[in-house]
Write a protein that binds this ligand. Structure first.
Ligand code: SAH
Length: 341
């Protein structure tokens, strides 16, 4: 049975029309689910018993189970159990500008980035829309907070689960839903070019981040399998198209890997690659994982890299390090939890 937390406002309107009810009932249901946060249909007190019975026949209403929670400074990592016993993680980060939640989009991941822990378990399945919506609801409820920013940077490749991710945005961005502003939502992709092209026609102002991590194909091929399918020049071309079409600035994520991609020459090459593109580069200090072949760049290398980009007029920031003590940092999330933390 379909879990109601994965149903868009539009679909609910259609549903009510099909059963000869007024479509404004969709708004009432949304208010119960996302504003009043009830846990069962019987609590929807402005909806008739008859309609409630019908809803119960057609939809389930249940949440995720929190299996584990690790609390660090400014960060809380959640392990959730899904209905079919698969497990996923989400990470809450408290910033001075608000609460940002990093959610998973798949169980496992097939993209095969060599440095990333999350991809050690191959993709088992896509997350349903409701499973992504519920990561947000569960954390808000558990900590009694409101999430102000959402990043799709947990386990999985969001553009390998495109339709469900779009439905997620439709639900949480809806004014009667969680009403999270589209500019506060960021999708991060390893660079699935056809999906980036599709996404540029989506009418919401959601932020796009591309995991670039290298200034040329030679290095990128060594660390990201996906580059053999969509090499750098194709990514740059589609990003240019995207910016032309949407007028939005794109973020390039760049993990700093010691001796792999962190030299001054690499920074110069990256500057040439991105010259004139309306973008900014987010340098990510690598979080070391059990992939012993990769080490994090020294502070000095990160600073030199940063300065080189700056001097060449590339907008650049260094990502604040979060959550490494509770293995909640980028690339440390995993779905095969039992195998050890
Ligand atoms: N599949 C998507 C989203 C998940 S990864 C993507 O590739 O963008 C989110 C970000 O964390 C990506 O930029 C990813 O490359 C980065 N990342 C992965 N492992 C990391 C690690 N060990 N340290 C720092 N960042 C990492």
């Amino acid at each position: 049975m379909t879990n109601i937390y994965g149903v868009t406002h539009k679909c609910l309107e259609n549903y009510f029309e099909n059963i000869n009810e007024k479509k404004f009932k969709a708004t009432q249901v949304f208010e119960w689910l996302y504003q009043k946060r009830i846990n069962n249909f019987d609590d929807m007190s402005n909806i008739s018993k008859r309609v409630i019975e019908k809803l119960k026949e057609d939809y389930s209403i249940h949440k995720l189970e929190i299996l584990n929670k690790q609390v660090g400074e400014d960060v809380v990592k959640y392990l959730f159990r899904l209905d079919d016993n698969n497990k996923i993680e989400a990470v809450l980060m408290r910033h001075d500008y608000g609460n940002s939640l990093c959610i998973s989009t798949q169980v496992g991941c097939n993209m095969g980035c060599h440095f990333c822990e999350s991809g050690r378990l191959k993709k088992v399945r896509n997350l349903e829309t409701c499973e992504m919506v519920l990561q947000i609801l569960m954390v808000e409820e558990d900590l009694n907070i409101r999430i102000s920013h959402l990043v799709l940077m947990g386990i999985g490749e969001p553009f390998d689960n495109y339709d469900n991710v779009i439905n997620l945005i439709e639900i949480i961005n809806h004014p009667k839903g969680i009403a999270l502003g589209s500019r506060h939502i960021t999708i991060s992709t390893c660079g699935l070019v056809p999906k980036i092209r599709e996404f540029m026609n989506y009418d919401k102002q959601v932020n796009l981040a591309i995991s670039l991590h290298a200034p040329n194909n030679e290095i990128r091929n060594k660390i990201m399998n996906i580059n053999k399918v969509y090499p750098i020049e194709e990514i740059i071309n589609v990003v240019k198209e995207y910016i032309n079409k949407t007028n939005r600035r794109v973020t390039f994520e760049y993990i700093m890997l010691k001796g792999v991609n962190d030299s001054i020459d690499n920074a110069l090459e990256l500057s040439r690659l991105l010259k004139g593109i309306n973008c900014y580069v987010n340098l990510i200090p690598y979080n070391e994982t059990s992939h012993i072949e990769f080490r994090k760049s020294s502070k000095e290398n990160i600073n030199n890299f940063y300065d080189t980009l700056k001097k060449n007029n590339i907008n650049v920031t260094v990502r604040r390090e979060f959550g490494s003590k509770v293995s909640a940092a980028c690339g440390q999330l995993r779905s095969n939890y039992e195998e050890g933390i």
